[in-house]
Write a protein that binds this ligand. Structure first.
Ligand code: CTP
Length: 398
């Protein structure tokens, strides 16, 4: 998303400037072209040498450099977006009032691109009425604000005023300015994790799914602008993206009901959960006591969620299933694609090293309805999620 994008990072004098080093690195890694402009005060906090090395460009600080004049107008016109991070209280006050006593302010005033501000200051300064007035002023000029976070501050106190984390700033830029249109605003249902089928109040039958693969898919879709509902079985993974709507469920029937509710208003559904195929015929109300030497439990089939969604799928909806196999992988995956009326099946084999439950990596092959087959190497689950979403968008574009 950030490949080839031109981004100015403005750094002001604040202890949070150390985070800008990582921000520049993340942006460059994502393929963006980055130019760093620092205020003279910022030099006391981070070294221009570090930033010029990471950004692969000379860091600009002064309006007049040796005998030449830094062309702030052209810089402002060059950028697709300008981010001031950290934005100190002092620079906030200056931009609120149109001051222009350094290069950063001159570029800010001449920029034609969107401006993003990530303030950083101690809580008392952040809460001061003048800061509030200045923030309202700069917002009224059309600037975008990345809200400060709560946490430990440079003073040692804990409170509001921390600059947003570099990853959050990158996400803000991707979602705010550089989203490809295709998934923007699309409603997507994702299932993830195992299901637990209760036997009695203390026991269940479950499986080893961690939920990681489905959660990575949900995050990737969110990054690309989709409105994601994640129906998640029992999983201890933490989902930091507050905008992903998480519906927590335990058993297969509960997961089925949640999906049946959400699917009619969804544009797409990706069923990556490891749903139990069978559930106990009855759940004992009390804990089953240890008595006989052997014991038999009777199971009944659960509802197949993917199949149910496949049956009610409308022409405009796109349905993706998973197939976790140990043998005859291709054959089983293709029969699930057809039998469950999915548009695409993501197959992984437990025979592949680093694939399946528990690992942080996965190895997949994707099959579509036109008979195409796409094989991928072993990758981190987040990279696999990108491959899956890329394949979906390619198919939707075709
Ligand atoms: N699935 C589902 N509901 C179920 C069982 C499976 O929605 N009750 C979905 C899974 O989320 C996955 C796909 O169906 O997207 C295939 O799941 P998998 O466990 O590989 O296959 P099954 O259909 O259960 O068949 P089998 O266990 O015989 O391989």
């Amino acid at each position: 998303m950030l490949e080839g994008k031109k981004i100015i990072i403005g750094i002001t004098g604040s202890i949070a400037a150390y985070k800008s080093i990582l921000l520049v690195r993340l942006l460059v890694k994502a393929g963006a072209e980055v130019r760093v402009i620092m205020t003279p005060a910022a030099k006391d906090f981070v070294s221009p040498l570090t930033l010029s090395t990471l950004s692969k460009n000379k860091v600009l600080i002064d309006l007049f450099d040796e005998d030449s004049w830094a062309n702030h107008v052209m810089l402002g016109r060059w950028a697709d977006v300008m981010v001031i991070a950290p934005l100190s209280c002092n620079t906030l006050a200056k931009i609120a009032n149109g001051f222009c006593d350094n290069l950063l302010l001159a570029v800010y005033l001449s920029a034609l691109c969107p401006i993003v501000l990530a303030p950083a200051m101690d809580e008392d300064m952040w809460k001061h009425p003048s800061t509030k007035i200045n923030i309202d002023k700069v917002l009224s000029y059309g600037n975008k604000l990345i809200p400060v976070e709560n946490g430990e501050l440079a003073s040692g106190l804990v409170g509001e005023g921390r600059m947003a984390e570099p990853e959050a700033i990158v996400q803000f830029l991707e979602r705010g300015f550089f989203l490809p249109e295709l998934l923007k605003g699309k409603k997507v249902l994702v299932t993830a994790g195992p299901t637990y089928e209760a036997i009695d109040p203390v026991r269940f039958v479950g499986n080893h799914s961690s939920g990681k693969m489905g959660i990575e898919i949900a995050k990737e879709l969110f990054k690309r602008g989709a409105q994601v509902t994640l129906v998640l079985g029992p999983s201890n993974q933490i989902i930091t993206e507050k905008q992903i709507s998480v519906v927590r469920v335990t058993g297969a029937e509960e997961m089925y009901q949640a999906c049946i509710n959400v699917f009619p208003s969804s544009d797409m559904a990706i069923m990556s959960a490891a749903v139990a195929d069978y559930t106990p015929v009855s759940v004992n109300e009390e804990k089953i006591k240890k008595k006989a030497d052997s014991w038999t439990l009777e199971f009944k089939k659960t509802k197949d969620i993917l199949q149910a969604l496949g049956q009610q799928k409308k022409e405009s909806q796109f349905l993706v299933g998973f197939a976790l196999e140990t043998n005859n992988e291709r054959e089983y995956a293709l029969s699930k694609l057809k039998g469950k009326n999915a548009d695409m099946i993501v197959m992984n084999s437990l025979r592949d090293e680093g694939a399946g439950f528990g690992y942080d990596t996965n190895k997949i092959t994707i099959f579509d309805r036109k008979g195409n087959e796409y094989a991928f190497g072993t990758k981190s689950k987040s990279a696999v999620a990108k491959d899956i979403v890329d394949t979906i968008t390619n198919l939707l574009n075709a």
